[in-house]
Design a protein around this ligand. Structure first.
Ligand SMILES: [Zn+2]
Ligand SMILES: [Zn+2]
Length: 478
């Protein structure tokens, strides 16, 4: 049942789609038009054959960049022409040490690496202590993903106060800053992803910086003014957490852990394992999302930023390894959007909704998701074609066929997207003019037409798969 909900039944998002996906569909339309221009330009460029293939590819790709990367790109181009950026780069180099986080982030791994093995060799650790260690690992890790991340930063669902406060306490145990700091930084990350100056943990500054380096010094990109969290600054509980954050951290990580240790009869063992070791592991598992999830994996939804989908990392990050999807559709409560993708955070949120403890779970409808995937396939196809064309005049027959098939399929796809846009406009119009008692008939009719569009997009996807296979290219994301 949970899996069924998490997967999203094919048409259940339609009502939502009609109401709330104006922007997405408009983006879809705009992107399709861009693709059209891109293919036409591509044809002209090939005819002219003056421009070197590699340069031509870069130009083409930059033409079809999705909307969400525009700001990053604009900043990139600004970086190359505006001198004041150099001054900001200097500020980065001269950033002073951020003493409290730096001390915690450097001393705790060293302490864990020394104390844990020594303690395990010299003491008998009981099963209940290991149990508490496991429970605290789950609680802390999933509090960050379900609490700070999907609930507070993205408002992907609403939670009952019991759930919200439980996740807030778990997030405090994680020692990753107050909700204000964490969410403000994370919203900046999404808004300015990959921007060297404004993304607080920009992957463009390398593994170390995006993993942990960004917290060790007071970098300009790490100064938050909380203007991007007006929804949180009004929240009384979060205000208290922020104001007395240090005390809360100590109370949770020392007081609470020791109290649990006392209850199970081993205070020191619990402090070492469920306190120290759990803290260090949780830190780095979360940090993987900012570092490794922007380095290794596939990009099935967009290649306009560095975020990747990676099953292996999803295991350590409670499902957040599907980071490419997340960066493209950040308001979806699921990160692993396919029913089979390992995302325990999504299962928890969906499971709690069965008891009314979480509500208003936000999802992206299946057609929009598939559209993004198919669009990426066309981009991959163009890359394949460009690579072969760059090789010289002797293009294999199979590749020529592939090129023709892609062109044909792309035209059909553009038409489907246009139909989709027209249907959406029609849906809005019908809802406005129909009488309330006939709205369910309108809904049924629209449902049917949306199902047709969805099927067509799936067919484009299947045709692309066949085309890729014909050139011996195993396109995993197709
Ligand atoms: Zn990211
Ligand atoms: Zn996010």
């Amino acid at each position: 049942m949970i899996a069924k909900t998490a997967m999203g039944l094919p048409l259940k998002g339609l009502r939502l789609a009609i109401k709330s996906s104006d922007t997405l569909i408009q983006t879809a339309g705009t992107q399709a038009l861009r693709f059209k221009t891109w293919f036409e330009e591509s044809k002209t460029n090939e005819n002219a054959s003056e421009q070197p293939a590699a340069t031509s590819t870069i130009n083409k790709l930059s033409t079809v960049d999705a909307g969400n990367s525009v700001s990053a790109q604009a900043s990139d181009s600004a970086a190359s022409v505006e001198a004041p950026i150099d001054i900001r780069e200097l500020e980065f180099k001269k950033a002073p040490i951020n003493w409290i986080p730096a001390t915690i982030l450097i001393s705790t791994p060293i302490a864990a690496a020394v104390i844990t093995p020594w303690y395990l060799f010299t003491h008998q650790v009981s099963a209940p202590v290991w149990g508490v260690f496991g429970a605290f690992m789950v609680w802390t890790g999933i509090s960050i993903t379900a609490g700070y991340h999907r609930l507070l930063a993205h408002r992907a669902y609403k939670a009952h106060p019991i759930v919200k406060n439980f996740l807030l306490l778990g997030s405090t145990l994680a020692v990753q800053g107050s909700a204000f700091d964490w969410v403000s930084g994370h919203r900046s990350h999404h808004r300015h992803v990959d921007d060297r100056m404004d993304d607080p943990y920009s992957a463009k500054r390398g593994f170390f910086f995006s993993h942990i380096g960004w917290m060790l010094k007071n970098y300009p990109s790490g100064k938050f003014d909380y203007k991007n969290i007006p929804d949180l600054t009004k929240d009384r509980t979060l205000q208290i957490q922020h104001k007395y954050y240090g005390l809360w951290v100590l109370a949770a990580n020392v007081g609470l852990v020791a109290a649990v240790g006392w209850l199970i009869g081993d205070v020191w063992g619990t402090l070492v394992l469920a306190g120290l070791l759990r803290l260090v592991l949780t830190h780095h598992f979360t940090f993987f999302i900012n570092s490794l999830c922007h380095m290794f994996g596939s990009r099935p939804y967009t290649d306009t930023n560095t975020a990747r989908d990676n099953f292996f990392l999803a295991i350590f990050t409670w499902g957040e390894g599907y980071h490419n999807y997340h960066h493209f559709f950040q308001y979806d409560y699921r990160n692993g959007v396919k029913w089979w993708q390992y995302d325990p955070t999504k299962w928890l949120i969906a499971g709690l909704s069965k008891f009314g403890l979480t509500t208003e779970l936000r999802t992206i409808d299946d057609t929009t998701i598939k559209h993004a995937e198919v669009q990426m396939q066309f981009k991959n196809a163009q890359n394949q074609i460009d690579t072969v064309n760059a090789g010289g005049l002797d293009i294999p027959h199979a590749m020529k066929n592939f090129q023709d098939r892609i062109k044909f399929e792309f035209e059909a796809f553009t038409q489907t997207v246009e139909e989709w846009q027209a249907l959406k406009a029609k849906a809005v119009e019908m809802k406005k003019t129909e009488f309330a008692d006939r709205l369910h008939e309108v809904d049924d009719k629209l449902k049917h037409e949306y199902a047709n569009i969805e099927q067509k997009i799936h067919e484009h996807n299947d045709n692309l798969k066949i085309a890729f296979r014909s050139i011996g290219y195993n396109n995993k994301a197709a």
